[in-house]
Ligand binder design. Structure first.
Ligand code: MUC
Ligand code: MG
Length: 385
């Protein structure tokens, strides 16, 4: 048991169910609600760190569900960490990784909370623990995924009018390939030079589907094709990258530094979607980015459609990247109907602007979270940060 005043006293996990502003259709799931998995690490010096380990579509996207993230933190991680020194997040996470397999999202949530607490303790923004910021804002793309071409065009027009987003990622892969191509071409035509169009297939296509679609996308001005084929099909991803019709981005194929190294070694993609949850946390994501940059692979700041905590944690890390050519898609909180911060994240002029305060730099609205949490009868017991 750690005797210092920075001892970890308790770890609490909370499931928060928040409806989305419209159905969000991916090839793997249609989301009407997002479940945020929030973690609070309470330290003996009075500092409370928060983290998030959110996924997409229950068990549809990854190997962890919101419920598994919660139960594994509660059952395995918390008893190990309680009593350890919170001022050594690296040591605590090394122990956790040595003892427990997998569970990248759960590890990300806990690691974020530990680094949030430590950055508050040192009175610096979390970014300063990861090499320091090179920017105070990151560009943010929007995902068009209503499932309807006309509605997607209207939504893109609204985003352009608001100056909130000018890069649009289109979710495809649920329909016939020719229908998807027609959908993308129509949106590209409607937006013209005012918006940049990219596509995310979420692994739904075969290599031959992609070979057929890619030159058509190139003609339509599509700038990026994300994860067209199955995550395990690295050789196929490389062959598609070598075709060089449209740059190819790896997303689901990237489960942390080992995958990043394997993909970079064969240059199986032009761009890496760096995600803190998929990478097992902030340090894993920093390694993925370093491997990409060393291999001359471009960076993109990805999301698991996290709420405000996972989003700002990602932004804190991405703000330290020396190069972020393809910007980010850190729009998760904007897809939700409820605000969980006392002051919302600042989206302006096509970018997310980072707060200057210590740690994550945001304050959670615990009263509202108390009402939204799945076991809301316990809401009143949640202490204020
Ligand atoms: C993904 O596959 O990139 C990111 C944006 C979105 O709508 O879904 C996510 C996941
Ligand atoms: Mg993706």
């Amino acid at each position: 048991m750690q005797a210092t005043s920075t001892r970890i006293e308790s770890i609490e996990t909370i499931l928060v169910d928040v409806p989305t502003i419209r159905p969000h259709r991916l090839s793997v799931a249609t989301m009407n609600c997002q479940t945020l998995v929030l973690v609070r690490v309470v330290c003996a010096d009075g500092i409370v760190g928060v983290g998030e380990g959110t996924t997409i579509g229950g068990l549809a996207y990854g190997e962890e569900s919101p419920e598994s993230i919660k139960v594994n933190i509660d059952t395995y991680f918390a008893p190990l960490l309680e009593g350890m020194d919170a001022s050594r997040p690296g040591a605590a996470m090394a122990k956790l990784r040595a003892l427990f397999q997998g569970n990248r999202f759960a590890k990300c949530a806990v690691e974020t909370a530990l680094f949030d607490a430590q950055a508050q303790r040192l009175n610096v923004p979390l970014s300063e623990l990861f090499g320091s910021r090179v920017t105070d804002s990151v560009d943010v793309a929007w995902t068009l995924a209503s499932g309807d071409t006309g509605r997607d065009i209207d939504e893109a027009e609204q985003m352009l009018d608001m100056k909130r987003h000018r890069v649009f990622k289109l979710k495809i892969g649920a329909r016939a390939v020719a229908d998807d191509v027609a959908h993308v071409v129509a949106i590209g035509k409607a937006l013209g030079a005012r918006g940049e169009v990219r596509v995310d297939v979420n692994q739904a296509w075969s290599e031959s589907d992609t070979i057929w679609a890619a030159p058509r996308f190139a003609d339509a001005g599509v700038s990026l094709i994300e994860q067209p084929v199955a995550a395990g099909n690295r050789a196929g991803l490389k062959r598609l990258t070598d075709l060089a019709h449209v740059p190819i981005m790896a997303d689901e194929a990237l489960h942390g530094p080992a995958d990043a190294f394997a993909l970079a070694s064969s240059r199986a993609a032009d761009v890496f979607a760096v995600k803190i949850a998929q990478s097992g946390g902030l340090t894993g994501a920093a390694s993925v980015a370093a491997i990409a940059l060393a291999a001359n692979i471009d960076l993109y700041g990805g999301t698991m459609l996290e709420g405000a905590i996972g989003t700002i944690a990602s932004a804190q890390l991405f703000s330290t990247f020396s190069e972020l050519k393809w910007g980010t898609e850190l729009f998760g909180p904007l897809l939700l109907t409820e605000e969980i911060l006392t002051e919302p994240l600042r989206y302006e002029n096509f970018a997310l602007h980072l707060p200057q305060g210590p740690g994550l730099g945001v304050t959670l609205d615990w009263e509202r979270i108390g009402r939204l949490r799945r076991d809301s009868k316990r809401g009143a017991s949640v202490a204020m940060r």
